[in-house]
Design a protein around this ligand. Structure first.
Ligand code: NI
Length: 138
């Protein structure tokens, strides 16, 4: 088995608030990311797969296939959107942590369907100061 990591990015906006809390409470938890006007990040995404090497190609999957899956399932769904509007974040605040989990879940299904590799982790780089990694137990 061997691991493969590919790196992507997409721009998106979010507002960190919990519906049941007041603006002051949200501000206390999320700071400036609770600003009700929203704000954007250029999210870096590192997708790591593990799988057996295909003897014919010497690869665990075609990078083009992963690029297509990322484009179809992640970029077309989340890029240039307000993440709060997506059903995946209806009950989850779109923190970098939850974005990593959602992207992991979405890609895991599709990669398993279309290859013999599996997604082991997804890293979200939100800012220079902040990144998150989903794990197998997440
Ligand atoms: Ni933010």
């Amino acid at each position: 088995m061997i691991e493969l990591t590919r790196r992507y990015s997409f721009p998106a906006a979010h507002i960190l608030t919990q519906a049941g809390l007041s603006e002051a409470e949200n501000l206390a938890i999320y700071g400036k990311c609770a600003n009700p006007n929203g704000h954007g990040h250029n999210y870096g995404v590192e997708v790591t797969l593990i799988g057996p090497i295909d003897e014919r190609t010497g690869r665990i999957l075609s990078p083009d296939l992963l690029d297509r899956i990322f484009q179809e399932r992640i970029e077309s769904r989340f890029a240039r959107r307000l993440l709060n509007d997506d059903e995946a974040f209806r009950d989850r605040v779109p923190t970098a942590e939850n974005i990593a989990l959602v992207i992991h879940e979405v890609l895991a299904d599709e990669v398993a369907k279309r290859s013999s590799a599996e997604v082991v982790r997804v890293k979200i780089v939100e800012t220079r100061h902040n990144s998150c990694i989903s794990g197998a137990n997440a």
